[in-house]
Design a protein around this ligand. Structure first.
Ligand code: NDP
Length: 311
């Protein structure tokens, strides 16, 4: 069995997972990367990325991820397509079970399973995604210069997205389904003081309106009166939270109230020695490709040191 035990398995192929694979590969540790259902992660649904350093002309999300994968393969990272259905971190080596029943064993594990923005789930939202509908102001705000945009949500993310969008948009309307925001006082105050931001409370999105090519407006429904109202706009940003992909680890790793894996300050160590987490599955604050790359590198360095310590 010893010969079947890997030094490192990386779960996830967003920027965090690929970066960890590049570093582990270069350290001659022959990482096995389990790709999961959505290889490439969230960037596969991003069009143009303009803020990834090194690409002054911008780069398309799928192209950037393909380059990262290629770079990891160059250093002998091995890729396995398939999804993990179970992990057992109570034993050493750790055991990972794939959907087809295969079991993999590893001395260290890097969790880079990412997070997904939550969406409302209405058909028009899907139809206009990338054509005015977005879930990331930092990624897409730039395309909304002098435009009218709506931000849906009432938490800190919604406040942050709304404030960020005021740099570009001529007006930002925050739409929230209740009477009160759940965001922190300081964030709510900042938003309320900004002359470019107005709020509409007790309203839910009934439909995103468009001309077939791009968003032209939004139809809201008042939750108290049932009244429908239409408002012209150029963009709608969903800020109703993110769901980290950490369910497999519940009960085995320390996880916070929002479902994110807890890592130790200034490292990627989790509550189980030998298990490291990087990227959006442990980061609700920054959530950028660049920061996932950074923590992916940290996870590889941490895992390498861990492996040295147990030899
Ligand atoms: P939250 O869960 O805090 O807020 C989500 C918001 O979206 C809520 O207001 C919720 O409404 C609303 N919502 C959820 N589902 C729907 C739906 N289907 N339709 C309409 N509205 C909906 O998520 P956040 O991403 O805002 O924050 C997560 C964590 O990250 C928090 O701890 C937050 O403090 C932290 N954070 C911190 C930041 C900072 O410090 N700078 C920045 C961003 C996030 P309702 O209130 O009715 O439940």
């Amino acid at each position: 069995m010893e010969s079947n035990v890997r030094d490192v398995i990386i779960m996830g192929t967003g920027p965090g997972g690929y970066t960890a694979a590049i570093y582990m590969g270069r350290a001659n540790l022959k990482p096995l990367v389990v790709e999961g259902y959505q290889p490439g992660g969230q960037l596969m649904i991003t069009t143009e990325i303009e803020n990834f350093p090194g690409f002054p002309e911008g780069i398309r999300g799928p192209e950037l991820m393909a380059k990262m994968r290629q770079q990891a393969a160059k250093f002998d990272a091995e890729f396995l397509s398939g999804s993990v259905t179970e992990v057992d971190l109570s034993r050493s080596p750790f055991c990972i079970t794939l959907e087809d029943g295969r079991e993999l064993f590893t001395r260290s594990l890097i969790v880079a399973t990412g997070a997904n923005a939550k969406w409302l789930g209405i058909e028009s939202e899907e139809r206009y995604r990338g054509k005015g509908v977005s879930a990331c102001a930092t990624c897409d705000g730039f395309f909304f210069r002098d435009s009218k945009v709506f931000v849906v949500g009432g938490g800190d993310t919604a406040m942050e997205e709304a404030l960020y969008l005021t740099k570009f948009a001529s007006h930002v309307t925050l739409v929230h389904r209740r009477e009160e925001f759940r965001s922190s006082k300081i964030m709510s105050l900042r938003a309320s003081k900004n002359p470019k931001i107005s709020t509409m409370l007790n309203e839910v999105v009934d439909e995103i309106l468009g001309d077939g090519f791009k968003v032209t407006g939004i139809r809201l429904k008042n939750v108290q009166t049932g009244e429908l109202s239409e408002h012209p706009c150029d963009g709608v940003f969903m800020a109703i939270g993110h769901a980290p992909n950490a369910e497999l680890f519940r009960g085995q790793l320390d996880i916070d109230d929002y479902g994110y894996i807890i890592t130790k300050k200034t490292s990627t160590e989790t509550s189980v020695p030998g298990v490291f987490a990087c990227g959006d599955v442990q980061d609700y604050v920054y959530r950028q490709a660049v920061t996932a790359v950074g923590t992916g590198c940290m996870a590889a360095v941490d895992a390498e040191r861990f492996l040295e310590s147990i030899r």
